[in-house]
Design a protein around this ligand. Structure first.
Ligand SMILES: C[S@@+](CC[C@H](N)C(=O)[O-])C[C@H]1O[C@@H](n2cnc3c(N)ncnc32)[C@H](O)[C@@H]1O
Length: 389
């Protein structure tokens, strides 16, 4: 009898906590226009559609308790995973793009700031001490070297590549992610990343000092890990990074295990994520085409007559799985952006969520800051908070 009463009281208490959380989320200004409270991990590697770290930070803090599992089926630059781990929640992130997997792994290591700093110093010693004598490792054949890099910049990149090719450290993945992050600022394309995405010939012959650029990229990792040390106690919960399509990967996860999903599905017809990481894909000899073909909503598929239907159908397959893996008390926070030029994908998306059984508890519009806009037309997104229904 007392047991049943306790259970009822616990259920009531949980319902009250959830109501209070939803109220706080409904009062929130979701715009986060400044970078003032952004995580230091967000600036480590460029991604075309990263969302502000405050979105997963606030959602996870309000909707989960320590050790719960948080999922992002469209992980991108792993913003959700970083925040989940920082808040003591276990995390699973999935992305079809191997460069996203690289970012996710490099940002969620169990290592501490001092360990990352020791790694940074060991690389710095090699680069600073012997720069003129460092051998240049030839770029892989997949790199369009003369097209993307001026001669001197390429020499510098090849020296760093040589150092990293010998790197046996446990933290080598940080070196690889830092290397990946400098390719865009080092390349000859100075107009907009979209030209790299489209494989257009650069118009400038920009030369870049590669060693300081790479050192700065590595030192940002040190700063991010040091900041994390100050905010969290070790050991941190695990963050699992899975490279694959979310439809396939989610079908392997057990039912009712995820407390919170925080995600931003690929926009419809706006970005080609694999092509946007072309420079890294080339350097790591990762073929772009097979990834592009598996991308949901890829810009390069936008001219098909059925493209919007295909997009919604592809997302539906994923969100059926998302709902299945969520606990009955679980919540999904979904940031959805649409280009007005591409038909009403937002309305169709919300209808689809309801069709697969989600109950929509909150919808809030948020403005996209200028620096993050894919196109001038993409001014706002919608934040949808749904429960399993
Ligand atoms: C809007 S971005 C997510 C950005 C992320 N919220 C962040 O902060 O970086 C969407 C991501 O979905 C990924 N994606 C597209 N199609 C996918 C698929 N079929 N399976 C898994 N990931 C996919 C893209 O590679 C891209 O990284």
């Amino acid at each position: 009898m007392a047991g049943a009463q306790n259970l009822a009281e616990n259920i009531l208490a949980a319902a009250e906590v959830r109501q209070a959380s939803m109220r706080r989320l409904s009062e929130l200004d979701w715009d986060f226009p400044t970078q003032a409270s952004e995580s230091a991990f967000s600036a480590l590697h460029w991604h075309p559609c990263r969302f502000p770290s405050q979105i997963p930070a606030i959602s996870i803090a309000r909707l989960t308790t320590p050790n719960d599992v948080v999922l992002d089926p469209f992980m991108g630059s792993a913003t959700t995973l970083v925040e989940a781990q920082r808040l003591g929640r276990r995390a699973i992130g999935v992305d079809v793009n191997p460069v996203s997997a690289l970012m996710g792994k490099a940002k969620t290591l169990q290592s501490t700031g001092p360990a990352v700093e020791r790694y940074f110093r060991s690389i710095q010693l090699m680069i600073r001490g012997e720069w003129s004598e460092l051998p240049e490792a030839a770029p892989p054949e997949t790199v369009q070297a003369a097209k993307w890099y001026s001669e001197r910049t390429l020499q510098g990149i090849c020296k760093i590549w040589g150092v990293l090719s010998q790197d046996q450290s446990d933290l080598a993945i940080i070196g690889k992610a830092a290397f990946s992050s400098i390719l865009l600022p080092a390349c000859r394309e100075t107009r907009h990343w979209g030209y790299v995405c489209d494989n257009s010939q650069p118009k400038s012959d920009r030369e870049v000092e590669v060693a300081p650029l790479f050192e700065a990229a590595l030192s940002k990792f040190v700063a991010a890990y040091r900041q994390r040390d100050m905010e969290c106690s070790q050991p941190l919960p695990d963050a699992r990074v899975i490279n694959g399509t979310s439809g396939d990967v989610l079908s392997t996860l057990p039912d009712s295990t995820i407390q919170c999903v925080v995600t931003s599905p690929p926009y419809f017809g706006v970005a080609d994520y694999a092509k946007s990481q072309r420079l890294s894909m080339e350097w790591f000899s990762l073929p772009i085409e097979p990834v592009r073909l598996q991308e949901i909503g890829a810009r390069s598929k936008r001219h098909r007559i059925t493209s919007l239907d295909d997009y919604i159908a592809d997302l539906q397959k994923v969100f059926v799985q998302v709902r299945r893996v969520m606990k009955s008390s679980g919540t999904a926070v979904i940031v959805f952006g649409q280009s007005p030029a591409r038909g009403d994908s937002e309305k169709r998306f919300v209808e689809m969520l309801k069709d697969v059984g989600f109950s929509i508890e909150l919808e809030r519009r948020r403005q996209i800051p200028k620096a993050r806009r894919q196109k001038p037309s993409l001014l706002e997104e919608i934040v949808i908070i749904g429960s399993k229904g």
